[in-house]
Design a protein around this ligand. Structure first.
Ligand code: DGL
Length: 289
């Protein structure tokens, strides 16, 4: 017999980009309670090294686990690239990342021509997308990966459709357009907000892929398999925790989420680390026995 599991799904990102994933999860699983953590005090992760991102991601996910979530979604490509395997080892609940869903969606797009990937420096240098695409049958020459570090601040400043964003597209994407890229993976959870700018620059011959919808589908499937769906027919509750409340939070948050964000709590870094400690220490103890 199916028993409704009302525990929330935990979702985290380095900042607010993961709200594009939260939005897709809420659309696919409207009855689920969702709790979001954005590490706005330490964003960006995309310019930081592997060890640092892994340590941050461990605290972020530990904080959510301490809130009693039934699943953790890593709604950040950089954290998925550097920390997913570690989080799966140390967390007592299923953990989903955004890279594999993005790879699957790109391989299924059916377009001709090379596959492009754009993301933060960390994501691109981790090679996770490139490895995933090659495991799916592509050869290295068919994959063009580009770091696009200016895209994140352009989105945060709301400069969609602005000439500066057009210039950044030209700077980063010209080699991909010239190579005739047929499928372009938006390998950063901020980039779906630049779909119009990127799509206009690349032209109609390029399919843009973002992992949010594929991830939401994978989450629904996994919860179903594990008998963890809330299954309550009603509207789930959305709760937000941020390690800092940015000056333009209301404006930026609404842009990502597609609606006004309420129920926001600020959580200090010390408090956040302490909250997840017990769960992570228990997992570490289990691992070392
Ligand atoms: N949202 C993050 C990602 O998907 C990018 C922002 C950052 O650099 O922290 O990688």
């Amino acid at each position: 017999m199916t028993v409704a599991d009302r525990r929330p799904i935990g979702v985290f990102d380095s900042g607010l980009g993961g709200l594009t994933v939260l939005r897709a999860l809420h659309a696919r699983l409207p009855g689920e309670n969702l709790v979001y953590f954005g590490d706005t005090a330490r964003v960006p992760y995309g310019t930081k090294g592997e060890k640092t991102v892994r340590a941050f991601a461990r605290q972020d996910a530990g904080f959510l686990a301490g809130l009693g979530v039934k699943m953790v979604v890593v709604a950040c490509n950089t954290a998925s690239a550097f920390a997913l395997d570690h989080l799966r080892e140390v967390l007592p609940v299923p953990v989903l990342g955004v890279i594999n869903p993005g790879v699957r969606a790109a391989l299924a797009s059916g377009r001709q021509g090379p596959v492009g990937v754009v993301g933060t420096s960390g994501t691109i240098r981790s090679n996770r997308y490139q490895e995933g695409l090659m495991a799916g049958g592509l050869v290295a020459d068919d994959i063009l990966a580009r770091e696009c570090p200016l895209f994140v601040p352009l989105v945060e400043e709301g400069l969609m459709g602005h000439a500066m964003t057009g210039m950044a597209c030209e700077e980063y994407l010209t080699p991909l357009r010239e190579a005739g890229v047929g499928t372009l993976i938006l390998g950063c959870t901020h980039y779906p907000l630049l779909k119009d700018d990127i799509g206009r620059f690349m032209g109609p011959g390029t399919a843009l892929v973002d992992s949010a919808d594929v991830l939401a589908e994978a989450a629904a499937e996994r919860l179903g398999e594990l008998d963890l769906l809330a299954d309550n027919g009603g509207e789930g509750r959305l709760e937000f925790h941020l390690s800092d409340i940015p000056w333009k939070f209301a404006e930026i948050g609404a842009r990502f989420m597609g609606k006004e964000i309420t129920d926001v709590q600020s959580v200090g870094l010390d408090e956040m680390e302490a909250a997840g400690q017990a769960v992570l220490e228990a997992a570490d103890r289990k691992e070392s026995t």
